[in-house]
Design a protein around this ligand. Structure first.
Ligand code: F0G
Length: 364
């Protein structure tokens, strides 16, 4: 394979749509270019005629969609001469920030809510060697501190309030349109801090605008559907939530920073916000694994949980092409996965041929 065919990350791929120049040093781990998997079995289970695809962002280098934003944010931080980055995080942003900081040779500080981030995310962030600062408070408290500290220390904020994050993340919409040859009718995704729904909408709008020269003929822009966890649902409650709670720790957020942008996405696209209970989220996570072989983390499954409910009620009509973003890899949160499967825990037997044979025949 010649070098110009090798995939080297989303900035290189979409560089004419991103704020980089010929001389910008790109900080990349080959992120983006994630699979858009068509679901084979779940649509049949709904009893409705719908096409559902999942954009499996768990296959990014650190296992979540955050890598798309982080390659851009860290590239621009380095270009501006920054020696250190900082973020508050429910886990995935911290893992991505840590990895891209290493790649760039700069320092990463991450503020995480103590005891409230999934084990895999903690392991990653530790391994990448970031300076972890655990706080006795939730993500929103960490976010407030990060916004203040930037005036007191030479650190660049790489949360999604950094506009370069959304620039990177909008490329997921480009990839979907490139692959389908059109935009989906409905785009469903989990909403926490609300950066991602805002970024997708930006991407779809940019790609469909005539000034870019190749508006898709059908399916110009999707209806954006944002789903929150019931215990952390400020967009549905219509007001900030001070003590958000959900099993989907990635979206345990009550004061979303991209509040205005996300409302614009909802209004301009004719979309909606809705909430899913923890039970619905976990059921959708299990369903995806069990029926499609796709393992995502709990927060990610909110997109499918919401979509399935809206397909069932007819709010998303038959004949629709739907894309659900699966924001993070299921391996990030082994605790919740194992707890969910406790009823089907492994059988333990003697290490003999007879016992193995019996275990197979008993379970056929
Ligand atoms: N899904 C996952 C797996 C996430 O990690 C996040 C956000 C979201 C969905 C929500 O995306 O915030 O753009 O609306 N995680 C952030 C973090 C807050 O710190 O990792 P959003």
């Amino acid at each position: 394979m010649s070098t110009n065919q090798r995939y080297t990350g989303l900035i290189e791929k979409y560089r004419n749509r991103l704020p980089v120049s010929e001389t910008t040093r790109l900080i990349s781990l080959g992120e983006g270019n994630t699979p858009l998997i068509q679901l084979n079995n779940i649509p049949r289970l709904t009893g409705k005629h719908v096409e559902i695809y999942v954009k499996y962002e768990g296959l990014n280098p650190t296992g979540s969609f955050k890598d798309r934003g982080m390659t851009m944010a860290v590239t621009k931080a380095v270009e501006a001469g920054s020696q250190a980055i900082i973020c508050a995080s429910t886990g995935n942003t911290s893992a991505a920030a840590a990895a891209y900081a290493v790649r760039a040779g700069i320092k990463a500080f991450v503020l995480i809510p103590e005891g409230k981030i999934a084990l895999g995310k903690l392991a990653q962030t530790l391994m990448y060697g970031a300076q972890i600062i655990q706080i006795n408070g939730n993500f929103d408290a960490g976010m407030a501190l990060v916004k203040e500290i930037a005036d007191h220390a030479p650190v660049t904020i790489v949360n999604s309030i950094n506009p370069f994050r959304l620039e990177g993340q909008k490329t997921a919409a480009f990839e979907i349109v490139d692959e389908l040859g059109r935009a989906p009718d409905y785009h469903c995704l989990p909403v926490g801090n609300a950066g991602n729904i805002s970024a997708y909408w930006k991407g779809y709008k940019e790609y469909s605008s005539e000034s870019h020269g190749f508006a898709p003929v059908v399916g110009n822009r999707p209806v954006m559907c944002g789903y929150q966890a019931a215990g952390a649902a400020p967009f549905i409650d219509g007001a900030m939530v001070d003590n958000p709670e959900t099993v989907a720790t990635a979206i345990r957020i009550g004061h979303p920073q991209s509040w205005d942008l996300a409302w614009i996405a909802q209004k301009e696209s004719g979309g909606w916000f809705d909430k899913c209970t923890d039970e619905q989220i976990l059921a959708a996570q299990k369903m995806l694994s069990e029926h499609e072989g796709v393992f995502c983390e709990p927060a990610s499954a909110a997109s499918l949980a919401g979509a399935l409910r809206d397909i069932s009620s007819g709010k998303i009509p038959e004949g629709s092409l739907i894309v659900c973003t699966l924001t993070g890899n299921g391996l990030k949160d082994p605790d919740i996965a194992i707890k969910q499967c406790i009823a089907t825990h492994p059988v333990t037997i003697e290490a003999t041929l007879d016992a193995v044979k019996k275990a197979i025949l008993d379970n056929m």
